[in-house]
Ligand binder design. Structure first.
Ligand code: PLP
Length: 392
């Protein structure tokens, strides 16, 4: 039988009808604790009152206006976003992470071309990175498994091993390289924070060689690791930042931001997006920023992350090999496949709630709970996880 959907997702057998806080309800009314946030998107959980109100009242006023005209909502969103991202001067609003990274690559290439002429267009990225599914962002993604079947790729991407400072020094050739793009905490390859020394060396070399330092904060940014941007924890300031996922709490949106060096690179006609800066996404984004971009809220993400990390460590489960991550972005490596555990967590006991988990690689469970999750819900989730580990 032909599936109505192209067969790109290996979906789990559950259909959701609604959500409330950290809980989702399927079409039969059974409830599930959400440790996934829709892959890092629903950062304020489900049916968040302020978010719903902002979206509803925006929809009643103005849903969309083209970028030939101005929108107060887009302007407020942009101002708040730039203010939240330290060192950034301006922003381009788009719709997804891949688009944001495409924009970052365009900035790096034009910055370099304008200043140094042709030939200096290479973008260095890291092995194990994930930057998106378009041909260019796949070209930037340092994982062979995503490259199968889709070549030829966009020319001018070079991968090095994260943590290898000597390789970094060699790769960042000032005659050929325009930018370095990396995740401070890699998401898709299993929640892998970069080492302090490596990021410090990257920042120093990029500054010395006038190569743009670009952080893909699509999964690890927007407060996920307990600071607004994950790169803040490394004490470095980026030239370009990309954001998406949680940026509008569930409404599709993305952004790339530029610091002093790169803010003037893109000019009229250089880039565009029909939906970019859409007022509906803007209204949602303003609410997310008003909630997340404040020290007390970020402090709570950090505290809850430490609680979840400590709880995972104290499980002392014989099948757990390693626990990694920062804030509410954590992963557990198992000595067997993650998928049966995810299935067991989902099924749990039909009379009890289920637990929604993600994987990040075949043997790795990934935890991206919504920021509004309570301590009691974290405890509850850990009980469900323990049962799933025993049964999966
Ligand atoms: N960059 C990172 C670090 C991501 O985790 C993702 C998605 O998982 C992307 C880019 C691509 O984002 P999108 O799926 O919105 O295009």
């Amino acid at each position: 039988m032909t599936n109505i959907f192209m067969d790109t997702y290996n979906r789990l057998p559950v259909t959701f009808a609604r959500g409330e806080g950290a809980w989702l309800y399927d079409t039969s009314g059974r409830k599930y604790l959400d440790f996934t946030s829709g892959l890092g998107v629903n950062c304020l959980g489900h049916n968040h009152p302020a978010l719903v109100k902002a979206i509803t009242s925006q929809a009643e006023k103005l849903l969309h206006v083209s970028n030939y005209f101005q929108s107060d909502t887009a302007l407020e969103f942009a101002e708040k976003l730039v203010a939240a991202c330290s060192g950034m001067k301006n922003v381009f609003l788009c719709n997804s992470g891949a688009e944001a990274n495409e924009g970052a690559c365009k900035i790096a290439r034009k910055y370099s071309l304008t200043k140094y002429g042709p030939g200096r267009h290479t973008i260095v990225t890291l092995k194990g990175s994930f930057h998106g599914r378009t041909i260019t962002t796949l070209s930037a993604t340092g994982q062979e498994k995503f490259h199968r079947d889709f070549g030829p790729f966009t020319e001018g991407f070079v991968f090095i091993e994260g943590g290898d400072t000597a390789a970094l020094e060699r790769a960042l050739d000032h005659k050929t390289v325009a930018g370095l793009l990396m995740e401070a905490v890699q998401g898709e390859s299993g929640i892998r924070p970069q080492e302090e020394e490596f990021i410090a060396a990257a920042a120093k070399l990029c500054a010395e060689r006038d190569i743009l330092l670009m952080f893909d904060e699509i999964q690890c940014g927007m407060g996920r690791t307990g600071t607004f941007l994950a790169c803040e924890q490394y004490g470095v300031t980026a030239d370009v930042i990309t954001l998406a996922k949680g940026i509008a709490g569930g409404v599709p949106a993305g952004a790339f931001l530029a610091g002093e060096k790169a803010a003037g690179v893109l000019r009229s006609g250089d880039h565009g997006s029909t939906f970019g800066g859409n007022p509906l996404a803007g209204a949602a984004g303003i609410t997310v920023l008003d909630t997340v971009a404040n020290p007390a809220f970020l402090g709570e993400i950090k505290r809850k992350g430490e609680k979840l990390l400590a709880a995972l460590q104290s499980l002392n489960h014989p099948r757990i090999r390693e626990i990694r991550g920062r804030g509410l972005m954590l992963a557990v490596d198992l000595d067997y496949e993650a998928r049966p555990v995810m299935e067991a967590a989902l099924a749990d006991d039909q009379d009890d709630p289920g637990l929604l988990l993600l994987s990040a690689g075949p043997n790795t469970l990934r935890f991206l709970p919504p920021y509004i999750i309570s301590d009691a819900e974290i405890d509850r989730g850990l009980e469900m996880l323990t049962r799933a580990l025993d049964r999966g």
